[in-house]
Design a protein around this ligand. Structure first.
Ligand code: PLP
Length: 418
């Protein structure tokens, strides 16, 4: 009997210890108790699962949904030439290079895409990565160093912020898109201080275009290097979609252009382009490049094919801009605040978390897929639905979205601006 009691006692002790020590682990407690995660799971606005997807058409829980937040601006993910290129690449190269290029060497498809991008962007050289996040991060993380000044617009993408933080440079912020504020900041820095200015060409949440002509002028006056994230401008602005720097004719005055393949280029991966010396420097020094596996054959091939399509089929970009004007007119007509966006990334700023949720929910119930962006992802008071228009939308679909917005505004008690 004593043996059984001992066994039972030790089993209880073990159970107690498991529960007790599990509770004691602060990191687990943090994960399990995280309020934002609990709210997300309760209201479930994110990570919805589509059973099928084709461009802007999704099926979620058996219901057809129209995607109104896609970054697939030019609708190329189902373009026959893009799909065919990805299939051919898998047949020829398999699914992955399974390692970094430093470790396993480059492949011909890496170099071909880099050369094509360098020519397209008007730069000497280019390096491609498996994610835009890595490309943007690496364009700063090893470029700027401790002791340098990194001068950033506060609204730059998280990938650039992470690069900035990793660099160890002193971070200075100027007011969003405000060149007087930038001028003042630059004037306060020591002339001999090494400086990097970092901006998004098009801000992904706001749809604002960076005022590049004045920016490069200031950079030259103060011997600052300029890094521009063109994730939301490639394929959209500039000659044949060459981006914001090309749009303003300042490509030669910008040192590094980085971006993503996951928007107009309808793939995954990213790029950073600049002088050969700068790109080779990054290849030697960037941990994001050295310690991360190369972009896959299918992703590189589809980006390469999409790059060809955006240059040879201007109709996609033309249609995109027709749709942008139409949706903007609808939002204006409804008195909605779209933060003066001048590009297809069109936000609907509500400024209140709960109203934003109600607006999102009503649109969802009416078959429209949008995404809520809340602080700290956006500045305080800018709680919004981040919408985007693409070349795939029809005028009739945009009109229906306008009708749904009217209903949603009533339900969420969002007042039109006067
Ligand atoms: C402005 C900007 N830069 C960089 C990225 C990162 O690109 P990716 O999604 O390819 O990692 C994004 C994507 O959200 C973006 O919007």
């Amino acid at each position: 009997m004593a043996g059984v009691e001992t066994l039972v006692f030790s089993a209880i002790t073990k159970e107690f210890c498991l529960v007790f020590f599990k509770k004691q682990k602060p990191i687990l407690e943090r994960c399990e108790g995280d309020l934002n995660t609990r709210l997300r799971l309760k209201y479930a606005p994110y990570y919805r699962v589509a059973e099928s997807a084709n461009g802007i058409h999704l099926t979620v829980d058996g219901q057809p949904m129209l995607l109104m937040s896609s970054n697939e601006y030019l609708g190329l993910s189902q373009h026959p030439k893009v799909v065919e290129a990805a299939k051919r690449a898998v047949d020829q190269w398999g699914t992955s290079a399974c390692g970094s290029r430093l470790a396993n060497g480059s492949r011909a498809y890496h170099v071909e895409l880099e050369e094509a991008l360098a020519v397209f962007l008007g730069k000497e050289a280019c390096h491609i990565t498996a994610a835009g996040y890595l490309a943007c991060m690496c364009s700063i993380s090893s470029l700027a160093q401790r002791g340098d000044a990194l001068i950033a617009d506060p609204n730059i993408h998280s990938s650039l912020w992470d690069g900035a933080l990793l660099s160890g440079a002193k971070i200075e912020r100027f007011a969003h898109n405000d060149m007087d504020s930038l001028a003042k900041l630059l004037a306060e820095l020591a002339p001999k201080q090494a400086k990097v200015i970092v901006v998004d060409g098009v801000y992904s949440m706001e749809g604002h275009i960076a005022p590049m002509p004045r920016l490069v002028e200031l950079a030259e006056q103060h011997q600052a290097v300029v890094v521009v994230d063109e994730a939301h401008s490639i394929g959209i602005l500039g000659r044949q979609g060459r981006g914001v720097c090309d749009h303003f004719g300042v490509t030669e005055r910008v040192e590094l252009i980085c971006g993503s393949f996951s928007k107009a280029l309808a793939s995954t991966g990213g790029f950073v382009a600049g002088s050969r010396a700068m790109i080779e420097y990054l290849r030697t020094n960037s941990r994001q490049i050295i310690f991360s596996a190369a972009i896959s054959p299918a992703a590189a091939a589809s980006a390469r094919a999409a790059l060809h399509v955006i240059q040879s089929e201007p109709e996609h970009r033309e249609r995109l801009w027709v749709n942008y004007r139409h949706l903007k007119a609808i939002l204006e007509g409804l008195g909605l605040d779209f933060w003066n966006s001048s590009t297809p990334a069109l936000p609907i700023v509500v400024g209140d978390k709960m109203k934003c949720y109600e607006l999102w929910k009503s649109l969802w119930d009416q078959g429209f897929f949008t995404v809520m962006s809340l602080p700290p992802g956006v500045p305080p008071g800018k709680d919004m639905l981040r919408c985007a228009v693409t070349s795939m939308h029809t005028t009739e679909q945009l009109d229906r979205f306008g009708d749904a917005l009217k209903v949603a505004m009533k339900r969420a008690r969002v007042q039109p601006r006067v």
